[in-house]
Ligand binder design. Structure first.
Ligand SMILES: [Zn+2]
Length: 599
């Protein structure tokens, strides 16, 4: 059955951002920022007096902070989302920058609060937090004190914050600008780096090899500059960590994730112990592609090119159906996203690539951005981002300080919804090749999220420690660490070509958010283990799961885990999620056999 053109493009599925503002456009933005600024002025009068607060005064002050967050959050969400919808509009970028700068000015005035709050003795803070008027911010305020041993004096903090604009942030921006100008030559014409990387999915090996060569060639100019930026930021972090007394390069990231150093080390070990999963898959993939052994540039190759398009309405029904099979309440909430213009679906020129969900503010509702291309994996992306949206929506009662979950739990609802939807999607596919393709692409997503990110974490671990022990790292030395840590994960199953040695040099996370990448694996495996609970217990699990979503970030991760009987301290905890991935690998092998692709 043919699918109508608008149903394929979803061209009429656009969001309505206007309700974020009290008045249209600039007038509304100005009003919000004025309100935020006026309120910040009032609160700034308490500079130096936080230690004298009783619990009523503290509650009033923190409510004031919440109001400011609300004003700034509405303005920031509006300009950020509006920019994402069209990054080439010359008016939108500067407007976003202007709002961000004003917001930073406002929050700088209130920097004293966290510092003074962290300075209070534990007994005094505990006594204040015991008051139920502070329940709405209790976990937030308690966890804000976790940086206590690492904070410097207020004048030192002010200097660091102000100088970071021309220090770390400037280096990060230079890297971003360098990477965004990288041009790949494809078919004799210049193209963006993404276009080169996208060709690695091509079924034809020669196209993949040529694309990989083009990417390698494109990464050569400026490589030493990017390596210098990397070195500078590695050294900058070493200085910060020394001044702030962090025991290791990853310790501040773990603290910000509210994850213990032990749980992160256990995660890394558990994933490394199962490196056999990607190795088994890539050995099988070589057979599917008719090769003795695949090379790094073959890893993304599609194993079957049989993706029949799916219309927006069919996708919507499938996702709502999947959520409905689990919980009527979730399906009803998900429907609001479609009926209320909370989604911007079509892929348009100038629109930000990829997909995301924006929480905005608790008094409003979340938005979802997609780049819909009517592929089956787009259906999973829709289910994934709706999962984030449902989490945000159910947790909005928690208010601004507790709506967002810690990073490590942020993927729970998205991966859960995606997994339920995947089951439905798989159930609908009757063609053996298509079934294999769907399973293989899901397995590869899991490998990319869990194994690839842990291998990248090992790379980060190696370069941070080496910069501290060996001094500045040459381009070659960085490449050695990159190849070594990739080889650990891929084993003999994948040939790492010479060209691949520089492919660390465009990845933004190493520069922008050091230590971040393990959180992908952490979140994915945590979410899969929550899903394993549902598999084991069926519908009896649903009320607990909804409680978990409603709790947002009002508790520490271990406490949130307990809401659904997940024990993060259990040394075997990580294996439950890894077992699900291994099972997906087994299913993929079975599907390859049914499709007649393996003897
Ligand atoms: Zn996500």
């Amino acid at each position: 059955m043919a699918v109508a053109e608008t149903d394929l493009t979803a061209s009429d599925v656009v969001w309505d951002l206007a309700p974020l503002l009290p008045a249209p456009d600039d007038e509304g933005l100005a009003a919000l920022l004025e309100q935020a600024s006026a309120r910040a002025e009032e609160l700034a009068a308490f500079h130096g007096r936080v230690a004298e607060f009783d619990s009523a005064q503290l509650a009033a002050f923190v409510e004031g902070l919440a109001e400011i967050h609300e004003f700034i959050g509405r303005a920031g969400s509006y300009v950020g989302l509006d920019f994402a919808a069209d990054t080439t509009d010359p008016a939108r970028g500067p407007r976003m920058q202007r709002v961000e700068e004003q917001a930073t000015q406002i929050s700088t005035k209130l920097l004293f609060f966290e510092l003074e709050w962290a300075e209070l003795p534990d007994e005094q803070a505990d006594a204040l937090l015991a008051d139920d008027r502070l329940a709405f911010a209790r976990h937030h305020l308690r966890s804000a004190r976790r940086y206590r041993p690492h904070l410097l004096t207020e004048p030192e903090e002010v200097v660091l914050t102000e100088k970071s604009v021309t220090g770390r942030s400037a280096w990060q921006r230079l890297f971003e600008e360098q990477v965004s100008t990288i041009e790949v030559t494809l078919d004799g014409a210049p193209a963006p780096l993404e276009a080169g990387l996208a060709r690695l999915h091509a079924p034809d090996r020669e196209i993949r090899r040529a694309a990989a060569d083009a990417v390698t060639a494109a990464l050569a100019p400026g490589l030493r500059t990017r390596a210098f930026v990397m070195n500078t930021l590695l050294a900058d972090k070493a200085t910060d960590d020394r001044l702030r007394h962090y025991a290791s390069w990853i310790a501040d990231r773990n603290l910000s994730n509210e994850a213990s150093d032990e749980s992160v080390a256990a995660l890394v070990d558990a994933v490394r112990r199962r490196y056999s999963i990607p190795q088994r898959w890539y050995a099988l993939k070589a057979k599917l592609l008719g090769l003795d052994r695949i090379a790094d540039f073959d890893r993304m190759a599609s194993v079957a090119d049989v993706d029949s398009p799916i219309g927006w309405h069919a996708a919507r029904d499938l996702v709502l159906d999947a959520y409905g099979s689990f919980s009527g309440e979730l399906a009803d909430t998900a429907r609001k996203f479609f009926d209320g213009a909370w989604i911007d679906a079509p892929a348009r020129p100038g629109k930000r690539p990829g997909a995301f969900c924006a929480y905005t503010v608790p008094s409003h509702h979340p938005y979802v951005l997609l780049n819909w291309t009517a592929r089956r994996r787009d259906v999973l992306t829709l289910a994934h981002e709706l999962g984030h949206g449902l989490h945000a929506y159910l947790a909005r009662e928690q208010g601004v300080f507790h709506q967002s979950t810690p990073l490590t739990l942020a993927e729970t609802a998205s991966v859960f919804g995606e997994t339920v939807t995947f089951g439905r999607l798989l159930g609908e596919v009757t063609d053996a090749q298509e079934r294999l393709a769907l399973l293989a692409s899901n397995l590869e997503d899991q490998i990319a999220t869990v194994f690839r990110q842990i291998a990248m974490n090992r790379f980060e671990d190696a370069i941070h420690n080496a910069r501290r022990n060996e001094g500045e790292l040459s381009v070659d030395r960085i490449a050695e660490f990159w190849v070594e840590t990739q080889h650990d994960m891929l084993g003999e199953a994948v040939e790492i070509t010479d060209g691949y040695r520089t492919w660390w040099s465009y990845i933004p996370h190493f520069i922008g958010t050091p230590g971040y990448v393990y959180a992908y694996a952490y979140g994915q495996l945590l979410a899969l283990s929550v899903y394993a609970q549902y598999e084991a217990r069926g519908s009896g699990f649903v009320p607990q799961y909804l409680d978990l979503l409603r709790a947002g970030g009002s508790m520490a991760p271990e406490e949130l885990g307990k809401v659904v009987d997940v024990d993060l301290a259990d040394p075997e905890f990580w294996d439950r999620g890894l077992d699900i991935i291994e099972r997906r690998l087994d299913e993929t092998v079975a599907a390859a056999k049914s499709a007649g692709r393996l003897s």
